[in-house]
Design a binder for this molecule. Sequence first.
Ligand code: PHE
Length: 347
Amino acid sequence: MKEQLEKIKLEAIAAMDAADSPAALDELRVRYLGKKGELTAVLKMMGKLSAEERPVMGQLANAVRAQLEEKLDARKQVIDAAVLEQKLASEAIDVTIPGKSVVMGHEHPMNQVLQEIKDIFVGLGYQIVDGPEIELADYNFTRLNIEEGHPSRDRSDTFYFTDDDSVLLRTQTSPMQIRVMENAEPPICILAPGRVYRKDEADATHSPMFHQIEGLVVDENITMGDLKGALVTVMRKIYGEDAQMRFRPHHFPFTEPSCEMDMQCHKCHGTGEIDGNVCSTCHGEGWIELLGAGMVHPDVLRNCGIDPEKYSGFAFGMGLERMAMGRLRITDLRLIFDNDVRFLNQF
Ligand code: PHE
């Protein structure tokens, strides 16, 4: 019996040393130490031993059991550590591998140009103001001297919300002149960029929604010279010191006198043709219209409680898309709104 115990012990220890997984180890525990295990089977035969032999064998059997349990625990620790090691290795993250860079978008080219224009005007002392796109006809037309029946009030041109044509999507940023003047005392020096809406079919130069930038300066002794000076200064900053501008007389109901300002075509340099063909950018004109402007009409000042005997002012409204097209040499307005990233990525 003693040899038997010795044999079981050696066998079990060798098997445990060879086991390489928690499951294999568990199997060995059952096989040697379990209720139906080999050691238990030997102990069951103790009854057949003599009274002297029994305690000696009992002691030996318990010692073997203790040794095997100890061995199992030790081996279990080694195996668990190895399993953990393997798991950590397989799940390891190499933090030194360069990451995948996130593709960042950038500001839309039209907003880049708007930002540039705003920066220049702010540098000249203008304050940027914002106003509603849903506007009262009173501000958009009436108080700007645009009387009932004027063609620009026509339902075929303007998006109205109400049957009485009193609420609309603003067709220009000029109502901001009224909103600012009725709430502020001169000196006034503001820039109001924003969206405007007209019932136009989209083509290379038209869109039912586009952007204008309204400017308004009201103070004592403001003249047409101030208007020209401000606009020429800004245009030279945007288009370069050699940019050529011209002012043409025009009519707006809310300015008197009124004018429009054109910039010499950047494509044909004012000749209207390229290699004997009509220039497609300015349609042979040699000039591109950028804005309407003029001296604020005395009636408009009066409508806002400003004394035209004491104060005068100038106002202008420029088309942002036109400015951006000239600045970035874009030839079709629709490209600005399509938002094709292949196009946008160029800027
Ligand atoms: N609001 C005018 C337009 O949309 C432009 C303008 C603004 C003209 C300010 C004079 C003064 O055409």
